[in-house]
Design a protein around this ligand. Structure first.
Ligand code: SAH
Ligand code: SF4
Ligand code: F3S
Length: 449
């Protein structure tokens, strides 16, 4: 009998990509997608450990899933429960203790072992834990993926060696690993043949990419992007997430020369205060960041910038907050994410003096939001009346409406037939909202098949 799999994903794009790959790995075992956990024979929770709130969701969600499991058992069937992702990696043993009904705990480097883990859990009727960092890269053992639609994600790099003092990623994802260029290009060609028009290259530290090229030399991200841009059918390229330290001239030049590389860059700065940046071990100053922004904008004048910020890092003073607000004003980000500092077990910053009270962090976050939202709205408003190339991505909420992405990664709503999905359309922007745009079809362009 066909079995059903439900995957719930928390956290970053890498987790979204990994969830799809886990479904790919389990498909040959007869697992087809389920709409709900209730309809599934197996549920995978793909978890995120980045902040306390994200991590706590794991245990509350597991409690709910256990109720479903017990109901199924009472009715004579069962539910296999697997926990994957960064909480699995960081707290595998703790999960098995606190949630003894969990069958499988699998870390991000071990997804290719899932068929074996499922078999072992069924045989043993007990719990299995796979959170080693295997020597062999998992990518060599993952099957080809199912089609992802017009916008596809492709992991090119994993892990992080930066050790920012607030961050769990170097511990949950391990050290930096770059896939070989030939494997990435093969996957990109397959994605294009499956209908992907836009490909986003993913990595925890994507611009630290240093993969082995077909010429035996080490390639950086700029070179890789140029290579993928040559693939027929690929109209748009993006990449995320980058670190200011690894933004080299080759990548900046790709933004100048490569028309398929979209004018959008997510480049987290975290803080505008040099003192805090040093305490975070970011290894760049606010001035370094501003210089980079200038260089990028002289390569591509319309480049839209995005960032992550953390407020309330230990020891952050009023002057530090002001420096962050000043930096946000100076850059004028097209969009940005901002977070209250969350102390994470095992990270150096969690043990630092000068931890800031929650309500003070909230006040600082509010002040930063005000600046960031103002700039985002201003950026969106500047689009009104312009014509933009939009990739129609999916149906909107209202009948007859579609949602697409502008080159600057804004969501744009417009009226259009469903057959336009997966195609480039030229839209005139008619209105700007806080986080999205409205538009109407100006000219339709055929996409090169
Ligand atoms: N590799 C990426 C993404 C890291 S996680 C990068 O280097 O930017 C995404 C964001 O979460 C980070 O940029 C940071 O702003 C935020 N973050 C990470 N750890 C955090 C913590 N302990 N508390 C609050 N925010 C955190
Ligand atoms: Fe975390 Fe810093 Fe690495 Fe980003 S660069 S993943 S914030 S340690
Ligand atoms: Fe979260 Fe792990 Fe991504 S901690 S942000 S899922 S790398």
């Amino acid at each position: 009998m066909a079995k059903k799999l439900f995957v719930r994903t928390y956290g970053c794009q890498m987790n979204v990509y990994d969830s799809a790959r886990m479904a790919d790995v389990l498909a040959p075992l007869g697992y087809a997608p389920a709409e709900t956990p209730e309809a599934a024979d197996m549920v995978i929770l793909n978890t995120c450990h980045i902040r306390e709130k994200a991590s706590e969701k794991t245990f509350s969600e597991l409690g709910r899933l256990n109720l479903i499991k017990q109901d199924k058992r009472a009715a004579g069937s069962d539910l296999t429960l697997a926990v994957a992702g960064c909480v699995a990696q960081a707290e595998g043993g703790e999960i098995l203790r606190r949630a003894p009904y969990v069958d499988i705990v699998v870390g991000p480097q071990s997804y290719h072992q899932l068929p074996e883990l499922v078999a072992r859990a069924a045989r043993a009727g007990g719990q299995v834990l796979a959170t080693d960092f295997p020597a062999e890269p998992k990518f060599d053992h993952l099957p080809d993926g199912a089609p992802q639609g017009p916008i596809a994600f492709l992991s090119v790099q994993e892990g992080c060696d930066k050790f920012c003092t607030f961050c769990v990623v170097p511990y949950t994802r391990g050290s930096e690993y770059s896939r070989p260029v030939s494997a990435i290009v093969a996957e990109a060609k397959r994605l294009a043949s499956q209908g992907a028009v836009e490909i986003a290259l993913l990595g925890q530290n994507v611009n630290a990419f240093h993969g082995e090229g077909p010429d035996g030399k080490t390639w950086g991200l700029g070179r890789l992007l140029r290579e993928i841009a040559r693939i027929d059918g690929v109209e748009r390229l993006r990449y995320t997430t980058s670190h200011p330290r690894d933004l080299d001239d080759e990548l900046i030049a790709a933004h100048r020369d490569e028309a398929k590389l979209m004018p959008f860059l997510h480049l987290p700065v975290q803080s505008g205060s040099d003192r805090i940046l040093a305490a975070m071990n970011r290894r760049h100053t606010a001035a370094d960041y501003l210089r980079l922004v200038e260089k990028l904008r002289s390569a591509r004048s319309d480049l839209a910038l995005s960032s992550d910020f953390i407020v309330g890092f230990p020891g952050e003073t009023e002057a530090d907050v002001q420096a962050t607000l000043d930096l946000a004003e100076a850059v004028g980000f097209a969009q940005a994410y901002s977070f209250k500092y969350s102390p994470r077990p095992g990270t150096p910053a969690a043990l630092m003096d000068g931890q800031i009270a929650e309500d003070e962090k909230s006040r600082r976050l509010g002040r930063l939001h005000e600046v960031l939202e103002r700039h985002q709205l201003a950026f969106n408003r500047r689009m009104v009346g312009r014509r933009l190339d939009v990739l129609a991505e999916r149906p909107g909420r209202k009948p007859g409406q579609l949602i697409g992405r502008t080159p600057y990664l804004q969501s744009i709503h417009f009226d259009g037939a469903e057959r336009l999905i997966g195609r480039m359309v030229s839209l005139e922007v008619t209105a700007a909202h806080g986080i999205s745009l409205s538009g109407q079809v100006a000219v339709m362009e055929e996409v090169a098949a």
